[in-house]
Design a protein around this ligand. Structure first.
Ligand SMILES: *Cc1c(COP(=O)(O)O)cnc(C)c1O
Length: 441
């Protein structure tokens, strides 16, 4: 058997993996349909028949709501915008706290800051990496106004328990669904379980329009407020007859007609793209079974997992090889992916650093000389962002291995190369132990 590529041997494979392309002829035709009209956005930022956008935007929203079985789907130009709008719609403001996850893309934790509220980090469940209900409960104060639940990596948080806590305390629950389109919990679409769901249509997501997002809700008041915040609320309130102006300073979070037209195709394509990810993960997991120290993701019975990334736990005490060395050795066996050649093999140790360790939270500078909202005169809590705040998150950060090597259009032959790389590395653990020992000496 050849030596590890990390130690100068031949890699398992050098031909690039296929690039992530989920856009095809349907999308091209949809774009041309819009191009032919010459109207690339039909929004008007005031009370007018076009306040709700053009035909593609409105059709996309109706189709999304139908697919999700929810009353309202409001398109926005990113999930980040959607989260900000949801904070505004929920009435979050100065002096409030919003419970957030530390193990997510930063937008889901900084959204409260846009309305001058303080993010309070609860810890994650070590098995699903989603917010732990007991930890949420422990962080609730008289100032808590909302919870941003992140359904991370492809599956839902324990929404049953979280909605019960929210009902008890009168909290608004926003589901960050950027990583879980078409995932279900108890057979229901994730994103319709809380008060508002926020989806991303960014290029990296399961389905995409380049940039874009959708906010789902069954509450007509939240839907109206998100629509207002999306499109210059201040110009529309008189015409629309809206009298509660709380947080209704409008932004421009509008999605264009081209993106909406692409989104309609992607929505139809979604279930098939998800099935490919699930099939690929099942194949990989069968092939990885039995590798010492490696644990596959836990999927509670209530959930379907849609695998935004495939996250495994690695126990270095079992193999005697550090996670960093192990991942470097696997990566050295594998090629990069077309369109992302500069990123190397798409396997990493860790996901994101616990977000409370970002300079934003460590320095708590915030807005202006008063350092709002952290030290704002309206806020009578004490922001807490120290190392050790969320032990399960810090542990996950130290022990997970994540990869994207199950994304369409990876073929069985591509997946076999991935499996061969893992097995080759596990067959050479002795060499890697020696490498780690030499580095430690
Ligand atoms: C990608 C992502 C976002 C941000 O989505 P954009 O559409 O790029 O703004 C937010 N939350 C999570 C969990 C994400 O993965």
């Amino acid at each position: 058997m050849s030596a590890l590529a990390l130690l100068g041997g031949d890699p398992v494979r050098t031909a690039l993996f296929p690039g992530y392309r989920v856009i095809g002829d349907d999308e091209r035709a949809a774009v041309n349909r819009v191009m032919d009209t010459g109207i690339l956005s039909q929004f008007i930022g005031g009370w007018h028949p076009d306040f709700f956008g053009g035909p593609e935007v409105q059709a996309f929203e109706a189709e999304w709501a139908a697919a999700y079985g929810c009353a309202h789907a409001v398109s926005v130009n990113s999930a980040t915008s959607g989260l900000f709008a949801a904070m505004g719609a929920a009435g979050v403001g100065p002096g409030d706290e919003v419970i957030v996850s530390p193990y997510t893309m930063s937008a889901s934790a900084v959204a409260p800051l846009v309305y001058n509220a303080v993010p309070v980090f609860a810890d994650i469940d070590p098995l699903t990496y989603t917010l732990c209900p007991d930890s949420i409960r422990a962080r609730i104060t008289k100032r808590t106004r909302a919870i941003i639940v992140v359904h991370i990596f492809g599956q839902a948080a324990d929404m049953d328990a979280i909605m019960a806590i929210a009902a008890e305390h009168g909290l608004v629950v926003i589901e960050d669904c950027a990583q879980v389109p078409f995932a279900t919990r108890h057979g229901k679409p994730v994103g319709t379980l809380g008060h508002m769901g926020v989806f991303s249509l960014n290029y990296h997501k399961h389905i995409h329009t380049g940039e874009g997002g959708v906010v789902t809700t069954n509450d007509p008041n939240f839907a109206e407020r998100v629509q207002m915040i999306r499109n210059h609320a201040e110009n529309a309130v008189i015409g629309k007859g809206v009298t509660d102006l709380t947080n209704l300073i409008g932004f421009n979070y509008r999605l264009g007609e081209i993106e909406a037209a692409i989104g309609r195709c992607q929505l139809r394509r979604g279930p098939d793209l998800i099935r490919q990810r699930q099939d690929n993960v099942a194949y990989l997991e069968a092939g990885l079974a039995g590798l010492s120290g490696l644990t596959m993701p836990h999927v509670p019975n209530a959930n379907t997992h849609v695998y935004y990334v495939h996250v495994m736990r690695y126990d270095a005490a079992v193999t005697g090889v550090t996670r960093e060395t192990l991942v470097k050795a696997i990566a050295a066996e594998l090629p990069a992916t077309e369109l992302r050649e500069q990123d190397g093999a798409l396997i990493r140790f860790g996901y994101v650093k616990p977000l409370y360790l970002l300079p934003l939270f460590q320095q708590q500078q915030g807005y202006g000389a008063l350092q709002c909202p952290f030290k704002c005169p309206h806020y009578d809590g004490v922001p807490t962002y120290g190392q050790g705040l969320c032990p399960n998150t810090e542990e996950a950060h130290r022990t997970v291995i994540t990869h994207e090597l199950m994304r369409p259009p990876m073929s069985r032959a591509d997946l076999d190369a991935v499996l061969a790389a893992f097995h080759k590395v596990w067959d050479h653990l002795d060499d890697l132990r020696r490498l780690d020992d030499a580095a430690a000496a």
